[in-house]
Design a protein around this ligand. Structure first.
Ligand SMILES: [Zn+2]
Length: 232
């Protein structure tokens, strides 16, 4: 089989179903794979993080593969302000308008809205920006798609949040950790301005029974996740 076909097959397999109505998406940005998460039920879909600027078409195609159209997305949750997470928010808002509600932690909201320069990507010309309709706080419960618990996990950015998906016992870790080949590697220190705070944030994960972890960079890890996190 030609190698490009093998590559396509591998890519197809990486778009992972975690549970019924929970998918880890895969987007390719110049060879770097990033992993937004998509949840849905019969009423709506929730998109967690939006990829880099200009990835809306790729996002649309990836979502279509799992049978969810962009107009089903009623909620976008941003784990934090970095450009690879908020990049396609402007296009999503342009297309979905007031049909979509955007959620983020209040400490990252002014950066996402363009009131302050992005902490790490402030040098970029015309950075993406969009409105945040609802701010989230630590411990908040969202009633979407089986229930989502918000965990404020600062360190990577001040308003970084992680999301615990109750029904599937999945932790959407954002950039609080990264993984390689299914193994959690812990904090990505080069992109984490406050490593000490990030370490304290990881301790918060012990409150939940975690069966799967989705790292935005590195993808899915499964198994005895609480043990793996404790050992980091
Ligand atoms: Zn990132």
């Amino acid at each position: 089989m030609p190698s490009y076909l093998i590559a396509i097959l591998i890519r197809e397999l990486n778009n992972v179903e975690i549970a019924n109505g929970v998918h880890m998406l895969e987007l390719d940005f110049r060879g770097h794979i990033i992993n937004p998460t998509l949840l849905w039920d019969h009423e709506m879909a929730v998109l967690i993080d939006t990829g880099f600027p200009g990835q809306i078409e790729e996002l649309r195609m990836t979502m279509k593969k799992v049978g969810v159209s962009l107009d089903m997305v009623k909620v976008v949750i941003l784990t934090h302000q970095d450009i690879d997470h908020i990049g396609s928010l402007p296009e999503i808002l342009q297309e979905c308008g007031s049909n979509v509600q955007v959620y983020a932690h209040e400490l990252d909201k002014p950066y996402i809205q363009g009131e302050l320069p992005l902490l790490k990507d402030g040098h970029i010309k015309n950075p993406p920006k969009g409105r945040v309709d609802n701010t989230l706080i630590d411990g908040q419960e969202l009633a979407f798609c089986g229930g989502i618990r918000v965990i404020h996990t600062p360190g990577h950015t001040p308003g970084h949040i992680s999301l615990y998906l109750r029904r599937s016992k999945t932790l959407v870790a954002g950039d609080s950790m990264y993984s390689v080949n299914g193994k959690l590697e812990g904090i990505h220190e080069p992109t984490t301005p406050d490593v000490e705070e990030a370490r304290l944030s990881l301790q918060k994960y012990q409150d939940d029974n975690i069966e799967s972890v989705i790292c935005y960079h590195g993808g899915l890890s499964k198994g005895r996740m609480n043990d793996q996190i404790r050992a980091l």
